[in-house]
Design a protein. Sequence first.
Length: 107
Amino acid sequence: MEAKYYRFSLFSNDSKLKKRIINNVKLAVDDTKNSKEETSIMMGIAFLVPYIPPIVQDNEEKMLTDFIRLLKGMKKNLLAVYINPHVMKDEDGYSYPCIAILGDVVS
């Protein structure tokens, strides 16, 4: 298994965001393909950590719903989303509502 980490703002264009997420999964898949390991199942995954800037947090629930809908539409082999019931905020007020894992099996 090869994993990548991607931190990004949910306050962005959906098509650009989708391309960036797909690219991160592709990087993990490509690294997995280049691995010299011999195993029956190999997977490339991306840990996705979205944040929401303070100026748009009044739309947080909609942004999170749209993000999950975007992930479901990507049709990958693995999708897991943990929604934090106690939204974390950093010292600058940026909200981190969830962590998602998206991945593909390497054939």
